[in-house]
Design a protein around this ligand. Sequence first.
Ligand code: PMP
Length: 286
Amino acid sequence: FDDRDGVIWFDGEFVDWRDAKIHVLTHGLHYGSCVFEGQRAYGGVVFEQRRHHERLHASAEMLGFSVPYSVATLDAACEELLRRMAFRDAYLRPVAWRGSEMMGVSAQDNTIHVAIAAWQWPSYFAPEERMKGIRLDLAEYRRPDPRTAPSRSKAAGLYMICTISKHAAEKKGYADALMLDFEGYVAEATGANVFFVEGGRIHTPLADRFLDGITRQTVIALARAKGLEVIERRIRPEELDGFEECFLTGTAAEVTPVSEIADWRFKPGAISLGLLEDYMAAVQPK
Ligand code: PMP
């Protein structure tokens, strides 16, 4: 990924893609003092850009540091980055981390760095699988208790268990893994939120102990706008037996139907596909 043409916005300036480097003694690398965002541009406009940058700020605050660029500055940086990369449809990755001045656990005065890269990432899951529904395994690790970690932050450190879980699932031929929360309720996939459909009603886990996705919130609003009932609640894994449809939501995943979770089976149906269509319409620039 580091060897390609283009530019990356790095601490307020545009640098050549290949020169956007950091030192090996970076606090963010050693101790996970790093937060990031994932956003998508459609037709040259980043969907919900402001909310993503506000969330980047909030994620950093939960880790005890402040992003040294305002939301407006980050918005402008993304717009200019898209122009320079000549992208209309792209994925953008802002990232903020503690620098390399001090190498202990404590690094109160380390410089906070921020970078934004953009690349073309048409589909998070293979397009041919997406409409048939993707297959998920059940992850071994659980999402951490909010008393164990700032579990609502989009913190790089929290993705350690996501990568372990996703790799384990991929080794068994699955596209991704469903993770439970610390109490054993259904939580989310490794990079997307999860929804279920039963009898025309939509059920999704309460997002008070993991990332409350911006796509999740958008899809809930779209569903309610068309008169569908959306119930946010604790969901036990045994209940998966009774659900007819299942789908994931996320900036990268957009709306992706799920056909299997371990031994449970679902059919990509009218509600999932309808919300996929509604979402793809909603993200288009107005
Ligand atoms: N959960 C996790 C763990 C994620 O990484 C993501 C992707 N950012 C989501 C949920 C979905 O969030 P969003 O819809 O804001 O992209």
